[in-house]
Design a protein around this ligand. Structure first.
Ligand SMILES: [Zn+2]
Length: 917
């Protein structure tokens, strides 16, 4: 492989930056495309393929624009005058092509589509063979995508987010995951700045006065979406190199990169990187594939993290997690870290050719992260986390607007839709189901052979499924079964009846697609399901796995006698829902204690899905909720609370009925909360701490326990420096983080604001302004969003636009995006409507600021809506606005459908009579 970056690139770049006179701008679509030419709005044609990309950028974080020079070595398969590339909002000042051994030719560059398709046109045909395309340009920095600027503590930084389509805003090129080639990156930056990129720094060359040029080592073959760099006054922390091990022969350099003054905060995560990476190397049997590992803490970042090869970027709060962090944050940090590291193999070393196979990256990394973190931290219950995400995916997958895991993508606005719960969570759940069915060792063998075979290249779903199927005992059946989950949307619904009338006990099965009440979707659908069941018989519990197919099936049970109960999803690994025949359901309920913790959680899901399907009435639901509240695992104990909260919000209940429901919640969960000490104890498990936080939230919001809320609010005021512990002496105005334990910080602040006044609001804002800490700011701003006084609401929205606005990734928070339970905002129709009106009035400005996440505004707008007329109005109001936004059309479809289904569920259950169990 070519390791030297030739002098000619540096020279070319220097020349490029003095070249003047724009010859073409790519800002707006042009009509100059010949009518016979089809603009490739999805994948590019393969007639011209890159073999090397050299990108030289001149970046000053203090400026609004940057300059670039790009050299693309390509192979031309057929003579052509047109070359298609990607580039968006680039002002191209010069473009040439030089065939090998021939003279250079000027290229005319025009924009052919708003998604960033460039048409390069030569006067004379370009012949078959090798050629070099050279372009110089300048461009504006983006907003959380491409190369973008952020400010931290008054200083400017530049960093990048290329996935999915940010690269085309940063440099012209073949911006498609199917094109993998080595990259030579060099950055010309101000003398006082630091610069990092995917690979090691090779050398620093002097540039013009006050500037220097950093030349980085040639990368392994990479697609454009994995390219990354950063420029600014970063702290660069050299951590201890990661020791060699059984699969990696050399130590690996590891560094932390954070805004000036923040580097030391990465200590904990840097210290724990080695064990995570080593566990992944051991699983894959392949050494970490790149020459160094940098972890960057980004002060404003769209996603949680991004797996750029060799330079992973994280939201700063994840990299600042440590022993003292809230349990949830620390767990998210470990999980995200394991997720991104596993991408270095799954995604970076082996890459999907196109976005329809994104699940290969994301489902795998989601599943793998749980496996690795569980291995390293006993008692974390990662399998519970995976199960929760599987059940959450089933919720989304029940909609008509769901996608297939492997959804065809033909236009670029659909690419963003692929980054959803179906890709990550359903994909992960399906992998877990097949791992359980095939066996963990065989499954790992399949993964290893897939990675070895396609290393440094591209591979599809079919390649992965073939490798896993080959490793299994029944390749043909596994391949077909996999396809039935990848290539069709929806959740299988199994009707299950136990039949002991014959010689041997059997299960009678009927399958169809699960649909919630009011759904427009057909129940047609047939899957080949790895069905694992467990049952009780005289000699103990037994289980078996069978691959079932067809609308109806009969499965003989290898049981010695008629089972006393049957659990249709053994271990809770099935990606399907089930309903038992009434007598069998009653027997399962009686034997609830004999189910393992995952099975109990799946049982709870069968209750809530029956409620949303309209098959279970309010009375039966409340009876089940009261019983499940006593289940040992936190996730099961609180599984039905969300629908109780839904009833409080959306069923037309009398005040007495509301009170009765809240009383029931307090009676169910109060004793469990009392059984835990009020403060976390030394030696207490993380799980107890999470249980305490969860129960406090349920009691404060759904139970509306007045005493609890008063004590939380008092703590919150003390923390904000508004009052002392005696609750009468005024405080010192400073933030007292020690007044409350980290896990309860957010809840305490929210209750203090909801039950408080403008003084609390002012204190929250003052502390937001003073803080650069992402975690703390999130908690403070969530509380700000919960203020229900109209004038305070109005003031909170002033934080969203203008020069002193909050970070871009904090906007949704301030707008009251619903996360978890208990947003007062959603409960007060007047306040909620004012928020909607404001979004409506400021839509354009907001959408421009949060590009490419503008579609989320429709979801936030829809919070709390539950009438068919609202759904129609939502559609009308946002259809045109979201049509061209990345992921916009599907986001709107989901928001509209959510409102319709809410209305249907309300119609099904309103007026039903019930009494507390
Ligand atoms: Zn990922």
């Amino acid at each position: 492989m070519c390791r030297q970056l030739s002098r000619s690139i540096v020279a070319f770049m220097a020349a490029a930056f003095v070249a003047g006179g724009a010859i073409g701008t790519t800002k707006s679509p042009s009509t100059s495309v010949a009518p016979t030419e089809v603009v490739p709005k999805g994948r590019l044609p393969r007639n011209v393929v890159p073999t090397l990309a050299a990108v030289s950028l001149r970046i000053d974080p203090a400026q609004a624009r940057f300059m670039g020079a790009v050299r693309l070595d390509v192979k031309v398969a057929r003579p052509t005058r047109t070359i298609w590339l990607h580039g968006r909002e680039l002002n191209v000042t010069r473009a040439t092509i030089t065939p090998k051994g021939g003279p250079p030719q000027r290229l005319q560059v025009t924009s052919a589509d708003v998604s960033g398709v460039l048409r390069l046109r030569a006067d004379k045909p370009i012949g078959v063979g090798h050629a070099r395309i050279e372009l110089t340009y300048d461009a504006p920095f983006g907003q959380l995508q491409g190369a973008y600027r952020v400010k931290a503590a008054g200083e400017n930084y530049v960093l990048t987010q290329m996935e999915a389509q940010g690269a085309r805003n940063t440099f012209p090129g073949f911006d498609e995951p199917g094109f993998k080639q080595p990259w030579n990156i060099s950055l010309t930056i101000p003398d006082g700045s630091q610069g990092v990129a995917n690979t090691r720094l090779l050398k620093t060359l002097p540039a013009q006065v006050g500037w220097k040029t950093l030349v980085f080592a040639t990368t392994e073959p990479l697609p454009s979406y994995l390219i990354a760099f950063a420029v600014g006054p970063w702290d660069i922390v050299d951590a201890t190199p990661l020791a060699a091990n059984a699969v990696r022969s050399r130590p690996l350099p590891l560094r932390g990169i954070a805004p000036r003054g923040q580097g030391a905060r990465m200590r904990y995560m840097l210290e724990r990187t080695g064990e995570t990476l080593a566990a992944e190397e051991a699983y894959f049997g392949i050494a970490y594939p790149y020459d160094k590992l940098d972890l960057l803490a980004a002060p404003d970042f769209g996603p949680g993290a991004m797996e750029n090869a060799g330079l992973i970027v994280y939201r700063d709060q994840l990299m600042y997690a440590d022993e003292k962090s809230p349990v949830k944050l620390r767990r998210t940090a470990h999980g995200t870290h394991a997720h991104e590291l596993s991408h270095q193999w799954f995604g970076d070393l082996v890459t999907m050719p196109w976005w329809d196979d994104l699940w290969l990256n994301e489902a795998f990394a989601s599943w793998m992260a749980v496996k690795i973190v569980d291995e390293l931290q006993h008692g974390r219950h990662g399998d519970r986390y995976l199960l929760e995400s599987s059940l959450r995916a089933m919720g989304q997958d029940s909609l008509a607007s769901t996608r297939r895991i492997r959804e065809p993508i033909t236009v670029s606005t659909d690419i963003a839709s692929a980054f959803d719960g179906i890709t990550y969570d359903k994909g992960g759940a399906v992998l877990a189901m097949f791992e359980h069915y095939i066996g963990a060792d065989r499954f790992r063998e399949g993964i290893r052979s897939y990675l070895r075979r396609h290393a440094k290249g591209n591979a599809t779903s079919a390649d992965l499924v073939a490798a896993l199927a080959t490793a299994s005992e029944s390749p043909a059946a596994v391949r077909e079964a996999f396809a039935s989950f990848l290539d069709q949307p929806g959740v299988p619904m199994l009707q299950v009846a136990v039949d002991c009338s014959g010689v041997a006990p059997t299960l009678k099965l009927e399958q169809q697609r699960f649909t919630p009440v009011g759904s427009s979707v057909s129940t047609a659908g047939e899957w080949q399901i790895p069905l694992c069941v467990r049952w009780g018989e005289e000699r103990g519990d037994r289980s078996q796995c069978t691959l079932v197919s067809g609308r109806s099936a009969t499965v003989p049970l290898k049981a010695a006698s008629c089972p006393s109960w049957v659990m249709p999803s053994a271990g809770g690994y099935g990606y399907y829902r089930f309903a038992l025949a009434p007598a069998d359901a009653a027997r399962l309920e009686e034997n609830f204690e004999r189910l393992d913790e995952r099975e109990q959680r799946v049982y709870a899901d069968s209750v809530s899905s029956a409620f949303s399907a309209g098959q279970l009435d309010v009375q039966a639901y409340l009876r089940a909720a009261a019983k499940l509240a006593r289940a040992p695992a936190r996730e099961t104990a609180t599984a039905l609370v969300d629908q109780l909260e839904w009833m409080l919000l959306h069923l037309p209940l009398t005040a007495a009925q509301q009170q009765a429901l809240r009383d029931m919640v307090r009676q169910s969960y109060g004793p469990r909360l009392s059984a835990l000490a009020t403060q976390s104890q030394p030696g207490e498990t993380d799980d107890d701490r999470l249980m305490r936080s969860e129960l406090l939230e349920v009691m404060a919001y759904v139970g509306r326990d007045p005493e609890l809320r008063a004590s939380l609010a008092a703590k919150g005021r003390r923390m904000l420096g508004l009052q002392m512990a005696d609750e009468t002496t005024p405080g010192d105005g400073k933030l007292h983080l020690d007044a409350v334990e980290p896990d309860q910080l957010g809840l305490t602040l929210r209750v203090a604001m909801e039950d408080g006044d403008a003084r609390v609001f002012d204190a929250l804002l003052a502390h937001v302004t003073a803080s650069q800490d992402g975690t703390l700011r999130t908690q403070l701003l969530r509380a700000v969003a919960g203020a229900h006084q109209p004038e305070l609401q109005e003031r909170s929205r002033r934080l969203l636009l203008g020069p002193d606005a909050v970070r871009i990734n904090e906007i949704a928070l301030v707008l009251g995006e619903r996360r978890g339970r208990g947003t007062e905002l959603a409960e007060d129709p007047v306040v909620r409507q004012a928020a909607r009106d404001w979004i409506d009035t400021h839509f354009e400005a907001l959408a421009a600021r949060i590009t490419p996440y503008g579609g989320r505004l429709a979801k936030i707008y829809a919070n709390g809506l539950c009438r068919t007329a609202d759904a129609d109005a939502l559609q009308t109001r946002f259809a045109e606005r979201l049509r061209q936004l990345d992921g916009g059309p599907r986001t709107l479809a989901q928001a509209v459908e959510g409102v319709r289904l809410c209305a249907a569920l309300q119609a099904r259950h309103q007026g039903s009579s019930w009494q507390l169990p």
